[in-house]
Write a protein that binds this ligand. Structure first.
Ligand SMILES: Nc1nc2c(c(=O)[nH]1)N[C@H]1C(S)=C(S)[C@@H](COP(=O)(O)OP(=O)(O)OC[C@H]3O[C@@H](n4cnc5c(=O)[nH]c(N)nc54)[C@H](O)[C@@H]3O)O[C@H]1N2
Ligand SMILES: Nc1nc2c(c(=O)[nH]1)N[C@H]1C(S)=C(S)[C@@H](COP(=O)(O)OP(=O)(O)OC[C@H]3O[C@@H](n4cnc5c(=O)[nH]c(N)nc54)[C@H](O)[C@@H]3O)O[C@H]1N2
Ligand code: SF4
Ligand SMILES: [Mo]
Length: 885
């Protein structure tokens, strides 16, 4: 019997409901949950491909100590003993946890309770430091609490949606689709995108402001002055519910329009138009994400935005408000349990003695942390210099995602005792673990997550635990018991943890704290199993009609008023003669972070299969970098080598490189090795989007492309980038010089038996080499080498892995590296769901499909998850424009 289980997508903070079905033969399929209020049935390309990421390839199936298989008892005893001993010898601050917004709330709650209430240190920080901490700090300064006031519906109800530092189309695709659909229905609705790059999100924008890096404070300070000058201030709201207006008024007045123009680099017309729209429109939502948070002025950027919404009283009402988009599936849940080093549980403050006392009484804890702990960057610094001597890393990959990543790797390597809980055996971080604990992954684990609009949903298991893998909360509770805290960690199931968390949120609360889910404090067994998605707050016995905050004030500072925060624009140009470019880093549509899951899907890997650097065409010319050449990016911290992608979407002087590639997928593309650990002074969040770098052509003698049935072993090449492909793997390569015997090289890297002779040729004149290895009618590997970037059609070559090569003509066709006349090259994949390539779309446009919809009818492209619709529109528009010339 097929079983359909309602659960939640494990990727972005939109938090879409998913229905997973397991067929009798074990095959899993997923679809959007039509009843879930985040997505109403929609899923993006990553959500739709979830079933392709669930295989057990590379999973850790049992604990390991020093690389050797161990029993759970041995591993847990060792972790408890080493942590206890380190604490006894060096004090509670000599140990630390580094956790993740991808933990479930239950896991996170237990980790935080153990460290802050029982170890007695606040040295627990999380990858949310790299993600949300500027928003948390900005919210707390303005509101007195870390509250996101609005909900998703506001984006549909607004007349103006401002997206700043957010690539919503790629990073929160279903929310983007909801916005795009609302705008299609009400074309008078305006969208403004503020981003130094022209991203796919700008596709639906009425106005795109290509702002200079980190000029956001200037932009919003200028807006504040404009609102005041044009009588847009809501005097009643400001008088009744806020404090600090005069100071901000004075600070803003000190920044002239001319200064704003200069700092933002925007044309005056555009800036005026944005200010006019914002001033004239009552229903405004301002959404922001990492272009705001990941900055040395991140917290000020947040407050500059909040100031404008507070001044106009546009907050907490339908279609109005500031909206911080959370990145990870449970970034919000992590904030609820107080997982950051400078927070306490249930939105209480660690620096507040009453709060500490309250939590201590509730937990009956022997040793409460008395001061904030180390924030991520400082934490790894403390690991490096030996202040932290035992570290537990859970559900995050800091060797890839932390700034100054090589120094972080060295710190982890040098740490006397490192525990890693992960699902994969081989990641850039896992490889340095002394103790490796196998965790449950999505589909196996059981608990709750909270999305960007404060909606708590269940993640339910539908697969059996593989091998000996166990839940993260269980691992933590077992170690806590072994450290002597058995009574406080008796949990037998996640429901018990959730109800304790809910009870703490209501404990001595009575409306004094925003986070209150007391209605669920006695949730057990079946009720927890059946828990439907709900938005907080949900206090016990006091039904709340409104799920938004602050329309009528009620802020969480002692006087109930919000604070305006006087912020000043700062000079953020870090470039100099040696490092003349600004490196900006971020995400692509179809990969998730360090690729440990999305990298398993051939379909998702087809969208962009290689690490790249987006360069402006004029910069590329000056650097002598042609399209598809390799480019080296260097800062004083490190280097990376990636493919050049030349595009007008990129501003001059600025380079965009994705954050995703790891040492597992490329030779040298961990971009955080290049990013220095510059942080926001208030939040401690690293500035990942504004790095001074040098760029140059990476000179190589040969470029190559290969497809292989077997996973290639580590290639000794100057450059390589590996990706999953249908029927095997694809490998981009470059070599500094010739290799003695190319056939032998291929045999070694593609695990081909010595007995298999290649079909192919080496052209001494052009330097081209083409080799194909067959096992009967099946292709084992094909290798194409040239002195220029290899022009062979990638999708065609990949398709040969699955094809039957019945006769010699076909086999020679492969070596010639040309698609047969019968099989045109589909080009780079645009629609991941149906595998439709750019060439196919261009052909469809040429044959009369002049809209995204028409292309959809002809090719199905863009008709499933819709994530690629913006790209299809770009291709259609591009073709039509070319045709009109
Ligand atoms: N496909 C995909 N989706 C994801 C993720 C993923 O890995 N892959 N990760 C999730 C997570 S954890 C997060 S945090 C979110 C992040 O979601 P986003 O914040 O939307 O994504 P980013 O690409 O990091 O950065 C957003 C934009 O900020 C712009 N930017 C850079 N500097 C500035 C600046 O100074 N000012 C302004 N206004 N903009 C600037 C960048 O050009 C970039 O387009 O995505 C989530 N969704
Ligand atoms: N340069 C640059 N750096 C960045 C960013 C950027 O924009 N630019 N963005 C930053 C942001 S916003 C974020 S959120 C981080 C993300 O960076 P990371 O958190 O380091 O990235 P992930 O790949 O999501 O790491 C999750 C790890 O947990 C494992 N895992 C998956 N599920 C589970 C589970 O259930 N339990 C356990 N124990 N393990 C599991 C995965 O295999 C993987 O190793 O990167 C940050 N770094
Ligand atoms: S938008 Fe996509 S990645 Fe984000 S939760 Fe929904 S399906 Fe998952
Ligand atoms: Mo994030």
């Amino acid at each position: 019997m097929e079983e359909a289980v309602k659960t939640t997508c494990p990727y972005c903070g939109v938090g879409c409901g998913v229905i997973a079905t397991v067929a009798d033969n074990g095959a899993v399929s997923v679809r959007g949950d039509p009843d879930h209020p985040a997505n109403y049935g929609r899923l993006c390309s990553k959500g739709s491909a979830l079933a392709e990421t669930l295989d057990l390839d590379g999973r850790i199936l049992h604990p390991e100590i020093g690389g050797q298989r161990a029993s759970w008892d041995e591993a847990l005893d060792l972790v408890a003993e080493r942590f206890a001993r380190t604490i006894a010898e060096h004090g509670p601050d000599s140990v630390a946890f580094y956790v993740s917004g991808q933990l479930l709330t239950e896991d996170y709650y237990v980790a935080n309770k153990l460290m802050k209430g029982f170890v007695g240190s606040a040295n627990i920080d999380t990858n949310s430091r790299l993600c949300m901490s500027s928003s948390v700090a900005g919210h707390r300064r303005a509101f007195g609490s870390d509250t996101v006031p609005g909900c998703y519906e506001d984006l549909e109800l607004a007349d103006l949606v401002v997206l700043t530092g957010s690539n919503l189309a790629w990073c929160h695709p279903v929310l983007y689709q909801r916005l795009a659909a609302a705008k299609a229905k009400r074309p008078e609705m305006k969208v403004v995108v503020i981003d130094p790059r022209r991203t796919m999100t700008a596709d639906i924008a009425d106005l795109h402001l290509a702002i200079r890096p980190d000029a956001d404070v200037a932009l919003f300070v200028g807006l504040f002055s404009h609102l005041v000058a044009n009588n847009a201030v809501d005097q009643n709201y400001v008088a009744a519910h806020t404090a600090g207006f005069p100071e901000v008024f004075a600070a803003s007045a000190a920044v002239s329009f001319g200064e704003v123009l200069e700092r933002t680099g925007l044309p005056a017309m555009q800036l005026r138009e944005f200010y006019r729209l914002f001033t004239a429109t009552e229903k405004v939502v301002t959404c922001y994400s990492q272009g705001v948070n990941q900055s040395s002025s991140g917290t000020d950027k947040v407050n500059a935005i909040l100031n404008c919404h507070l001044a106009t009283g546009r907050i907490g009402r339908p279609g109005m408000g500031p909206f911080s988009l959370t990145g990870q599936p449970n970034a919000m849940g992590g904030r609820e349990v107080g997982g950051l080093a400078n927070m306490l549980a249930a939105h209480m403050a660690i620096e507040n003695a009453e709060d500490r006392d309250r939590v201590q009484r509730f937990w009956r804890s022997p040793a409460m942390a008395e001061k904030p702990g180390l924030k991520a960057v400082d934490l790894f610094q403390a690991v490096a210099d030996g202040r932290v001597r035992a570290l537990w890393i859970m559900a995050t990959n800091p060797v890839v995602s932390m700034p100054d990543a090589d120094a972080v790797e060295a710190a982890i390597k040098g740490c006397p005792f490192v525990v890693v809980s992960d699902i994969l055996k081989d990641t850039d971080t896992v490889r340095h673990a002394d103790v490796l604990l196998p965790s449950l992954g999505w589909g196996e684990k059981d608990g709750t997550v909270t999305n960007s609009e404060r909606r708590i949903s269940r993640q339910r298991p539908f697969l059996a635990a593989p091998g000996e893998a166990r839940a993260d909360w269980w691992q933590l509770a077992e170690v806590a018991r072994r450290m002597g805290f058995a009574e406080a960690f008796t949990y037998a199931a996640p429901a018990e943890i959730f109800s304790e968390h809910a009870a703490l949120s209501a404990f001595e609360n009575a409306g004094s704290r925003d986070f209150d889910i007391g209605a669920h404090a006695r949730l057990i067994g079946q009720a927890y199993e059946a828990l439907a998605p709900f938005q907080w707050p949900q206090p016990a016995g006091r039904a709340r009609a409104e799920s938004r905050f602050f329309a009528d004030g009620g802020f969480y500072h002692a006087d109930g008023k919000a604070r305006f925060v006087a912020v000043r624009p700062v000079d953020a140009d870090r470039t100099c003669a040696d490092y003349p470019f600004t490196l900006n880093t971020g995400r692509i549509r179809d990969q998730w972070h360090t690729m440990t899951r999305t990298g398993k899907s051939a379909r998702l890997s087809a969208h962009i299969a290689e690490p790249f650097a987006e360069l402006h065409p004029r910069d590329a010319i000056e650097l002598g970098v042609g399209n598809a050449c390799l480019v080296e990016i260097e800062s004083p911290r490190g280097k990376a080598v990636v493919r050049a992608l030349i595009t007008e979407r990129q501003a001059r002087g600025s380079i965009f490189v994705p954050m995703h590639w790891t040492d597992q997928f490329a030779a040298n593309a961990r971009i955080d090795a290049v990013v220095p650990a510059i942080t926001d002074l208030v939040s401690g969040q690293p500035a990942s989007k504004n790095v001074a770098v040098a760029a140059r052509r990476f000179k190589v003698a040969h470029y190559a492309f290969a497809v292989s049935h077997a996973k290639p072993t580590e290639a000794d090449a100057a450059y390589w980038a590996l990706a999953k492909a249908d029927g095997g793997w694809r490998l981009e390569l470059a070599f500094a010089g010739p290799v003695e015997n190319w056939a032998d090289w291929c045999r070694r890297v593609f695990s081909i038996p010595k007995t298999v002779e290649p079909l192919g040729y080496a052209d001494a004149q052009t330097g081209d080499v083409r080799l194909a290895f067959f096992d009967g009618t099946r292709l084992l590997a094909a290798f194409f080498l040239a002195c220029e970037p290899v022009a062979v059609a990638r999708n065609w070559a990949i398709a040969q892995l699955g094809a039957e090569h019945t006769n010699m003509r076909k086999r020679f066709g492969l070596v010639a590296g040309r698609p047969g006349a019968d099989k045109p090259d589909p080009g780079a994949t645009i629609c991941a769901c149906f595998g439709v390539g750019v060439n196919q779309i261009v052909a469809a446009v040429r044959s009369g499909c002049h809209s995204v919809e028409a292309v959809g009818v002809a090719l199905n492209a863009g008709t499933n998850c819709g994530s690629c619709r913006a790209e299809i529109r770009g291709i259609v528009d591009g073709c039509l424009a070319t045709a009109a010339e």
